[in-house]
Design a protein. Structure first.
Lengths: 188, 335
């Protein structure tokens, strides 16, 4: 991979730091008076999701990271691994470990497209779509005529996630969920 | 996935709003009025010159031009200092300029490769008189500075700031101690760093963010090694050699840099040579020194002080914007 110098650092650039692939979040030039310049850089570690703050001497460089983000469809799991398939017509499949799945495991649904982050061709992170439609597999019976009240109750969805839903929702209904907040949006 | 909202800026639009540009024009009118009242002459000097800034940590842009002398390299100014000093040597009296200046590689919230420098020179002014005038100018352009005109200006000595915030003395602490502290604060390798490099890092990361948070802060008595084109003198209190310069801070932002100007031609020539020597050692390209400036100093530069003020930064703070790009018609990335 190419090397990138501090003045090429910009949001979204993928670089290697301490052996982990990172995405640059922010790069601020610090230059006191007539002195030497430094770059105060925020990077998201793509393996852990943590944001690091590091200082570099201006002109220093980091090795680029071979990171790609691809759309892939979720296929199935055998309990150990989760399998995704490229949507570019190649039918190429990727096995994903639980660690890389992290929070996305709550929002898995077959044939839905996810953003898969690949580092050196290994999946290291899965991002679900912002909104997903999932069926209610278990909840208390719906209360008729309670569409205006503010009350809520837990509902278990087909993916295994438990979300708060309005009291009028019934088992078997399909709901639209915001995966970023984990909140109910509407009936689908 | 829901489609991303259509990007409002596909690349051609200005980085400042029309309202901001109108306000910018009004603030610049205040600058001109300030100097007109004080009988300081507005001048315009060339952006391109045969000599450039040798300052080791300023990266100059240059261009090739066809002149009557043939193909020549011309340097884009990093500030209008050299030409303005030549005017002073020619007897101009007090002068100011709103000058486009260029510093390669400097892009960020407070930096843009091409920017506007407000620079002025006052023959006969002491550094203290210059500080007073700079504060008055800032209050005129930005009346909302806490404390109001001429009040709430804190004078800080460079060494005292380091003692208070970092419990070290920038002049006398061991280099090993400075390196360790810089490495801790920055989270980077500083084992072979020079003294000034450690001080610059600590200044930028630890000291600067605390400055100018309750009004204007004036920092004085910089290390002699950071004198640039200022005179050096012995501190009457502790006998340390210090640079006769000041910097003005507001809201953690360095706004202005003032010197009791170096007038000694031989000293000027040797500082140019020293800079280029350090440039060679560090693997930076050398810059043609301005021999005409040295000649002007030989003729005689009246003693006095000068200030360079980052006009875009002052306007950014006055208009409460987050970056200089928001007060420039077109910042470098879309220029």
């Amino acid at each position: 991979m190419a090397n990138y110098s501090t003045n090429e650092f910009k949001g979204g650039l993928k670089v290697m730091l301490d052996g982990d692939p990172c995405s640059i979040v922010e790069n601020e030039l610090v230059k006191p008076g007539k002195g030497q310049a430094f770059n105060r850089v925020k990077l998201r570690n793509l393996m852990t999701g943590r944001v690091w703050e590091r200082t570099f001497k201006s002109g220093e460089s980091l090795e680029g990271a071979d990171v790609m983000e691809l759309d892939m469809e979720y296929l199935y799991t055998d309990g150990d691994m989760w399998y995704f398939m490229k949507t570019d017509g190649s039918f190429e499949q990727y096995a994903v470990e639980k660690k890389a799945l992290s929070d996305a495991h709550k929002w898995l649904k077959e044939q839905v497209s996810y953003t898969v982050t690949l580092w050196n061709d290994n999946a290291i992170n899965i991002t679900p779509p912002n909104f997903i439609e999932l069926e209610v597999v278990e909840t208390d019976p719906g209360l008729k005529g309670d569409t205006a009240q503010g009350g809520s109750k837990p509902a278990t969805l087909s993916s295994g996630a438990v979300v708060r839903v309005p009291l009028f929702i019934n088992q078997g209904e399909v709901l639209k969920i915001d995966t970023r907040s984990g909140e109910y949006v509407s009936r689908a | 996935m829901s489609p991303a909202p259509e990007c409002a800026n596909s690349g051609w639009q200005p980085t400042a709003s029309m309202q901001t540009l109108r306000q910018r024009a009004q603030l610049i009118a205040r600058v001109r009025a300030f100097f007109a009242e004080r009988d300081v002459l507005e001048v315009e000097t060339p952006v391109l010159g045969h000599g450039g800034s040798t300052d080791v940590y300023l990266a100059s842009l240059s261009t090739m031009a066809s002149t009557p002398a043939g193909e020549e390299r011309l340097w884009m100014q990093t500030s209008p200092e050299f030409h303005m000093k030549r005017l002073l040597a020619a007897g101009s009296g007090p002068i100011f300029q709103l000058a486009r200046s260029f510093r390669d590689g400097e892009v960020g919230r407070r930096h843009n490769i091409e920017f506007s420098m407000l620079e002025w020179y006052r023959p006969g002014f002491s550094l203290n008189a210059m500080i007073e005038e700079t504060v008055a100018l800032v209050h005129r352009v930005h009346p909302a500075v806490p404390g109001g005109p001429m009040r709430s200006v804190r004078h800080c000595r460079y060494s005292q700031l380091f003692r208070d915030l970092l419990s070290i003395d920038p002049f006398t602490s061991e280099l090993a101690e400075l390196r360790q502290l810089a490495a801790e604060q920055g989270g980077l390798e500083m084992a072979s760093a020079a003294r000034d490099e450690c001080l610059d890092l600590l200044m930028g990361l630890v000291v600067e963010p605390t400055l100018g948070q309750n009004g204007l802060d004036v920092v004085t008595d910089y290390p002699a090694s950071q004198a640039a084109l200022a005179r050096r003198h012995r501190d009457p209190e502790d006998g340390q050699w210090v640079a006769s310069r000041f910097e003005l801070y507001l809201s953690g932002v360095e706004l202005a840099n003032g010197y009791d100007e170096l007038t000694d031609a031989a000293e000027q020539a040797s500082r140019f040579a020293e800079d280029n020597l350090v440039r060679r050692q560090q693997g930076f390209s050398e810059v043609d020194a301005d021999q005409r400036l040295v000649a002007a100093l030989e003729h005689g530069l009246p003693a006095g002080s000068g200030v360079a003020l980052g006009l875009d930064r002052l306007i950014q703070l006055a208009l409460n914007k987050k970056s200089v790009a928001e007060v420039m018609a077109f910042a470098t990335p879309v220029a």
